[in-house]
Design a protein around this ligand. Structure first.
Ligand code: ADP
Length: 357
């Protein structure tokens, strides 16, 4: 809530100045991070109230100094007082920004499946992991958070329109192979790409996460878009994630971007549960010779460097690609196959990792 008491100085002018102040260690500003709670303008004095959660006291000091300096530029301001609250909540050592994250009622674990780079198989891993978790007896939801390039509808062979309950205002997810699914693709006409600007992306993502009636779930798997953009930041600020899985190939160009994704989750105190190396190798079906198409050992080296476990090495298999294209993830289409076994193992490692955290 932002209150403006008197209009001598416009609240928008204050906000504009404050949006030039960066949260220490982030490229994002304190306004878009949601730190500014109240602005009081009286005559020529402006008071800005902020709330942030951090274990590092230097962070509020720096924000206070920078915000005061930014507001001093406003000619009519003669006195500036900035109250920075540091609520006594336990946070990680990195001193993350104020995260108004909450759980989703009825959902035990929210797992983000992310990647730095597109095309590394993130959606394939998310879809098969969700199926493998469900096959292990858990209740599972899968939310395709890629507003620009949703692919879960294609992978599960459905473009069913979710039903919106007019009483509760909640959207009922689509049910397929025992999973509850939601995707922006279900809401778009003819799969047309969503053309959205930054603030709308934030709004849609928040609604998307909060307005779906997931019911009781053991796991909600979020298939994130590639990279570290607005959707990812909105997600980590909106819901309390149990952790993130980062999908990469062994190739350096993918690993560089995976590193950025890991760093983003660390900065906002979301545990990185591990790396998944996809397209690790190809075993020739006719002679059993192994080909390391995208290089060898990249995933393990990066996991060691980052101090996170390498949870799986998933080979390139024709059946995995075919099953995905046919709208039936391989873990459901050929549950007894070698390809499915890798995802089943990944699901097991993930569950073990969550128990440890
Ligand atoms: P991303 O979500 O990272 O953009 P996708 O999951 O859409 O990537 O995968 C890109 C393409 O690669 C898809 O055609 C998918 O079927 C294929 N693919 C992904 N992983 C594998 C794999 N392990 N074996 C064979 N094909 C794969």
């Amino acid at each position: 809530m932002i209150l403006c008491v008197m209009a001598t100085l416009q609240e928008s002018q204050v906000l504009e100045k404050l949006s030039g102040v960066r949260y220490p260690g982030f490229s994002r500003d304190i306004v878009s991070f949601g730190l500014v709670k109240k602005i009081l303008i009286e005559e020529e004095a402006v008071t800005v109230q902020m709330s942030l959660t951090t274990g590092d006291l230097k962070v509020p000091q720096k924000i206070k100094a920078d915000a005061e300096a930014a507001l001093q530029d406003l000619a009519r301001v003669v006195s500036v007082r900035i109250d920075v609250h540091a609520p006594a909540q336990p946070v990680g050592a990195t001193g993350s920004p104020a995260m108004a994250t909450t759980a989703i009622a009825g959902v035990k674990h929210i797992i983000a499946v992310a990647s730095g780079k597109g095309g590394v198989g993130k959606s394939t891993v998310a879809a098969n992991l969700a199926v493998a978790l469900e096959r292990s007896g858990a209740s599972v939801g899968l939310c395709d958070c890629d507003l620009y390039g949703p692919s879960i509808g294609l992978m599960f062979g459905t473009q069913e329109r979710p039903f919106a309950d007019s009483d509760s205002g909640k959207i009922q997810p689509v049910e397929k192979y025992g999973l509850r699914l939601m995707s922006m693709g279900f809401l778009l006409e003819d799969g047309a790409p969503a053309v959205l600007r930054g603030p709308m992306v934030t709004k849609y993502t928040q609604q998307f996460l909060r307005q779906v009636d997931w019911g009781d779930l053991d796991y909600l798997v979020l298939d994130l878009p590639p990279g570290t953009g607005d959707i990812q930041l909105t997600i980590v600020q909106t819901v309390a994630l149990s952790g993130a899985l980062i999908v990469t190939t062994p190739q350096e160009v993918a690993l560089i971007d995976a590193r950025k994704a890991v760093s983003m989750f660390h900065k906002v105190n979301v545990p990185v549960l591990g790396l998944v190396e996809n397209m690790s190798y190809f075993l020739c079906p006719s002679d059993g010779v192994r080909y390391d198409i995208f290089g060898k050992g990249g995933g393990q080296r990066e996991a060691d460097r980052l101090g996170v476990p390498l949870l799986a090495q998933i080979p390139i298999e024709i059946i995995t690609r075919e099953a995905g294209d046919q709208g039936l993830p391989v873990t459901a289409a050929a549950a007894e196959s070698e390809a499915a076994a890798h995802f089943v193992k990944l699901a097991k490692s993930l569950r073990q990792g969550l128990e440890k955290n």
